[in-house]
Ligand binder design. Structure first.
Ligand code: ADP
Ligand code: MG
Length: 327
């Protein structure tokens, strides 16, 4: 079925008939604006991310269910990186005539499934036709008490640097997809990342991190943001970077290619945070209770230099390369 057959309002009705009014929603979909109520004393956290066909995804390599899930996940990851609780979201789409209603049904199924997992409710959006590709823009609204919000600017010399999960899998997965390979954990991680919302909130509740960010552009680029905002430097040890067995088997431990995927690959959506070294045991206990891997990969230093150390203490010459949308 073509979108033109049911029209903009038909499409909105089709999407939104499946949406239950979530907690904290006074006025949901169907009015000119939604009205929501944060917890007493909490601040609102607002974030937007846009996914553009041909830039962020390719309709040949992703299915609509997973694309719907990923579109919301990457936004949830930004709320996680503030230590916030995601509550509501708005969905705006520009839809080309080539996209079918069945595709959009599946897309919504994936997205609303993830929304349910994190108890986030759809409260509005905008729908229009596109003369180019499919464009998806999501705004997530979360909340957190001011004293628990974790910013990029709080890292201090002597703090340890921690990352969740493993790095590089998503970038490897993207390479594999481009080479026509499907299936396996790396392509899975690229197409279907799972946002670290529970981990972010648990860290915030325990007031552990001094600074935090989600890794969307690669460890070096995103650590670079923390260091810049915190006016600090860092020492990162390459042999402490967590790599998955699949990644190691596919890439081998010591090539330039391996390092560039793991350190500058992007789209891992893991959390990168700094914390006083005195909190180290607590961090390991907390992540054991969440059943999420965590690794200490280095230390914040005075100054502004970011250095990458080899196992023998030598230093790698790092090209600070993140993924640049305009390169
Ligand atoms: P307006 O012309 O006032 O912008 P619309 O006709 O665009 O209103 O939207 C009607 C209602 O449907 C609004 O509440 C809007 O938030 C909601 N809406 C529109 N598109 C979407 C969408 N893609 N997902 C969820 N809600 C939507
Ligand atoms: Mg509108």
């Amino acid at each position: 079925m073509n979108v033109r057959d049911i029209g903009e309002f038909g499409l909105i009705a089709r999407f939104t008939s499946r949406v239950a009014k979530g907690a904290g929603v006074e006025v949901g979909i169907g009015d000119d604006a939604a009205a929501t109520k944060p917890a007493e004393g909490a601040l609102l956290l607002s974030t937007s991310d846009m996914l553009v066909e041909g830039i962020h995804f390719d309709l040949d390599t992703c299915d609509p269910v997973t694309l719907g899930r990923k579109s919301l996940s990457v936004n949830l990851s930004d709320i996680a990186a503030m230590g916030g609780e995601p509550r509501h979201f708005l969905l705006s789409m520009a839809i080309p005539p080539s996209v079918s209603v069945e595709f959009l049904d599946d897309f919504m199924y994936g997205m609303l499934g993830r929304a349910e997992q994190f108890e986030v409710s759809l409260i509005g959006g905008d729908t229009c036709a596109s003369s180019g590709g499919l464009v998806i823009s999501i705004t997530v609204i979360g909340e957190q008490f001011p004293e628990k919000i974790i910013r990029r600017s709080g890292a201090r010399p002597g703090d340890i640097i921690c990352v969740t999960g493993t790095l590089g899998d998503s970038a490897l997965g993207l390479e594999m997809l481009k080479a026509g390979e499907r299936g396996g954990p790396a392509t899975q991680k690229h197409l279907d990342p799972f946002p670290r919302v529970r981990e972010g909130m648990a860290l915030a509740d325990a007031r552990i991190p001094s600074a935090m960010i989600d890794i969307s552009d690669g460890l070096l680029a995103d650590l670079g943001h923390i260091l810049e905002c915190s006016a600090s430097g860092a020492r990162v040890e390459w042999d402490k970077i967590p790599l998955s067995p699949f990644f190691l088997e596919k890439c081998g431990p010591f090539s330039d290619h391996t390092m560039s995927l793991a350190l500058a690959g992007g789209e891992d959506y893991e959390l990168l945070f700094t914390a006083p070294p005195s909190r180290k045991n607590e961090i390991f206990q907390l992540f054991a209770s969440l059943d999420t891997p965590v690794a200490v990969v280095g230390e914040v230093t005075a100054g502004s230099k970011l250095s990458l150390l080899a196992a023998d203490g030598g230093e790698y010459d790092i090209v600070k390369r993140g993924f640049n949308h305009f390169s």
